[in-house]
Design a protein around this ligand. Structure first.
Ligand code: CA
Length: 687
């Protein structure tokens, strides 16, 4: 099997030859028009977004469709041939730190983000950069981000690209040029608000939330007009100062579930990631985050559920009004956010078809609710849960057992603030009926921080991070969990040595794809979990993969780039992966066509004379040790990655050799000019 990239001789030739290199491709030989940024984006309107799920070709909204299922009907790549998946291009983002984006693909153009809210448009077939936009977020803002300077991607609508910048701006770019059309500041920038989540577009409005519940902010979600960035509505998730008028009846009700002077310390409940939309019910779902601070006796000393922390909220997308809510962790005390990915599906439960919403939030329970009414249908632990002894079968309210209430002293709790599952998106395959969850097992230690709370703008959990640090040296692991949401039980699992693995993608080809913390990208059979294929990504993966097709060829893309909360704060456990943090957008497709002699002849005769001369010199003297394409097979250091010192001493090193490591001397065999020709060839090889 060829597991080689565009840098390889044959793969690059075949890549440029277009779809002919894939046996299943259609339209081979037809001259494709040049790829232009923005093409097809004018057609992304409300109707296109509603129909996104049935469009097999593109990936036009964050979770692929409004139901956020992350299921693709594409099956050119499937369980029988995924072993022949090869990398066809890699785009280095040039950025370090966490990369969490789900790319969007419209009509052969990919739009994705890296760290520091940098956006780029790429030719989805070749990885060629079409434009790049850096919003130049002031680096000081990084200190306000609890969980790395990450960004989870863009939204596209009627010719524009929308994204949130870490500093709280919402920015609209011209999809063709990457130039800003409008931008608005969505937060009070004197407070510790940040945006890391991807916007969604619903009925001509950009829906965007923010983060900051570790820093004493008050959570909210807003809707802006896509045309001009005008604010249409804003819904706060937790009540403010009760001596002032409440913004809504829902908040007046919520205030009855709070005690003390919560508004002075912020309260939390931020909408920092998950959303979904049901166009038939016309309901927008948002997940809300933890209390600020985490310790509830400091936040709401007289107790109370503290609505609407750690809840799923169903909102009217025209007004932002609350239609129903379901709180997954009443009186949150542990950073048990309900901001984890939500999936809408129709499931056969108890002999009738139910329109459900599903979530596996941090607290360890897998929830299935009726998404029209918010009615509780079922909940079961999808990882080990020690803080609660199950849920009330009628109300769905978790039954706290007291073991995790650290007001009385140190408490050991599972799951922990990192969650049984965090923001890494899960996926649902209607063919297998299974949900694929990036699950993790981390033991949490909670104790009231003996130090007083800091001012609101500072990191302020109210818990002693020293205890937390001690715990992350203990039990840490992860697994890909295939979960049956009807039976509420595990179907299969694939264990990993580390937690904090990537989001998942599932396809009609009976496949599940997931990247891992230790830098692999793996394909599994969706029905039984058998591993079918694996690729080494060069950096830990936390983002979720996507798939799309261009000119009849199915591609699979994953963004690698180790980082995020666990990589920052995970201590010894987070360092286990040892993966360098660098952003790499990897794209794969099937390598199907047998290599023929004519293909090789064609390639050799197609080289310019100077290139051929250099390459022949390299092959004559160097390639048997340093790789036929100047890509090291791994036994020796990769010449393409030589340090500047080695590059400048290249002629001398080759002349004198390195007897200590067995590198022969070429003085008298190769002239300095010939050695420089070889160096030029090596430098010309992509890496
Ligand atoms: Ca949090």
């Amino acid at each position: 099997m060829l597991r080689i990239g565009p840098a390889s001789l044959l793969a690059s030739t075949l890549l440029y030859a277009g779809p002919a290199w894939s046996a299943e491709a259609t339209g081979a030989g037809a001259a494709a028009p040049p790829v232009v940024a923005g093409q097809g984006t004018d057609a992304i309107d409300d109707a296109a977004l509603v129909a996104a799920g049935s469009d097999p070709k593109d990936w036009i909204t964050h979770g692929r469709d409004y139901a956020e299922q992350r299921f693709s009907p594409l099956e050119q790549v499937n369980e029988s041939n995924v072993g022949r998946l090869v990398r066809v291009w890699t785009y280095p983002t040039g950025l370090t730190r966490g990369h969490e984006a789900t790319p969007i693909v419209v009509d052969g153009v990919m739009y994705a983000t890296g760290s520091w809210s940098v956006v780029f448009a790429l030719d989805a077939k070749t990885g060629k950069e079409l434009w790049r936009y850096d919003p130049e977020v002031p680096k000081a803002v990084g200190a306000k981000a609890c969980c790395d300077v990450v960004n989870r991607g863009v939204a596209v609508y009627e010719g524009k690209i929308y994204f949130g910048a870490l500093d709280g701006r919402l920015i609209a770019l011209d999809a063709k040029t990457g130039k800003p059309v409008w931008q608005v500041v969505t937060v009070d920038q004197d407070k510790a608000y940040t945006i890391t989540g991807a916007p969604r577009i619903v009925k001509g409005r950009v829906i965007i939330g923010n983060g900051g519940a570790e820093f004493g902010v008050r959570g909210y979600v807003s809707a802006y007009d896509t045309k001009d960035g005008k604010l249409v509505w804003r819904t706060f998730t937790v009540p403010g100062d009760p001596s002032k008028p409440f913004e809504s009846e829902a908040l007046e009700k919520a205030a009855k579930t709070w005690t003390g002077e919560w508004w002075k310390i912020g309260a939390g409940g931020t909408v920092w990631d998950s959303m979904a939309y049901d166009p038939q019910l016309d309901l927008l779902y948002v997940g809300t985050g933890n209390g600020s601070p985490w310790s509830r006796i400091e936040r709401s000393p007289g107790g109370g559920d503290n609505l609407y922390l750690s809840s799923i909220l169903a909102l009217d997308p025209d007004t932002g009004e609350l239609r129903w809510h379901f709180q997954t962790t009443p009186g949150d005390n542990w950073d048990f956010t309900a901001t984890q990915h939500m999936i809408l599906a129709d499931l056969e439960i108890g002999g009738r078809s139910r329109r459900v919403i599903m979530q596996a939030p941090k607290n360890g329970y897998f929830w299935v609710l009726d998404r029209e009414s918010g009615e509780f249908l079922s909940a079961k632990p999808y990882v080990e849960v020690t803080w609660s002894d199950g849920v009330d079968p009628k109300t769905g309210r978790p039954i706290e057992n007291g073991s995790a209430d650290y007001a009385k002293g140190l408490a050991l709790v599972k799951p922990t603030a990192f969650g049984g599952h965090n923001w890494q998106p899960m996926s649902f395959n209607p063919k297998t009926g299974l949900v694929y969850i990036p699950a993790q097992e981390i033991l949490g230690g909670y104790r009231i921080d003996p130090k007083p709370l800091l001012a609101k703008e500072h990191y302020n959990t109210g818990t002693d991070m020293a205890v937390f640090a001690a715990m992350t040296r203990e039990i840490v692991a992860g697994h890909l969990l295939a979960w049956d949401p009807v039976a509420q039980k595990e179907a299969w699992r694939h264990p990993y040595a580390m937690p904090w693995n990537g989001g998942t993608l599932t396809t009609a080809g009976n496949l599940v794809f997931q990247g891992t913390a230790d830098g692999r990208f793996i394909a599994f059979r969706a029905d039984d979990g058998r591993q079918l294929w694996e690729f080494h990504t060069g950096s830990g993966v936390i983002a979720a993969p996507i798939t799309y097709s261009v000119d009849g060829v199915q591609y699979v893309t994953v963004v690698a780039g180790w980082g995020g909360a666990f990589a920052l704060a995970g201590g010894d456990a987070g360092a286990q992966g040892g993966q360098p943090s660098k952003g790499l957008v990897h794209t794969f497709a099937l390598f199907n066509q047998p290599i023929t002699p004519a293909m090789v002849e064609g390639l050799l005769s197609g080289r310019p004379d100077a290139d051929a001369k250099r390459e022949d010199l390299y092959h004559k003297w160097c390639s048997r040790c340093h790789g036929v394409t100047a890509i090291s097979g791994g036994a020796l250091a990769d010449l393409r990655l030589s340090s500047p010192d080695v590059q400048s001493a290249f002629v001398e090193i080759v002349q004198k050799g390195m007897p200590g490591v067995g590198m022969p001397a070429f003085e008298g065999i190769l002239s300095p000019d010939e050695i420089r020709e070889i160096q030029t060839y090596v430098k010309s090889r992509p890496h």
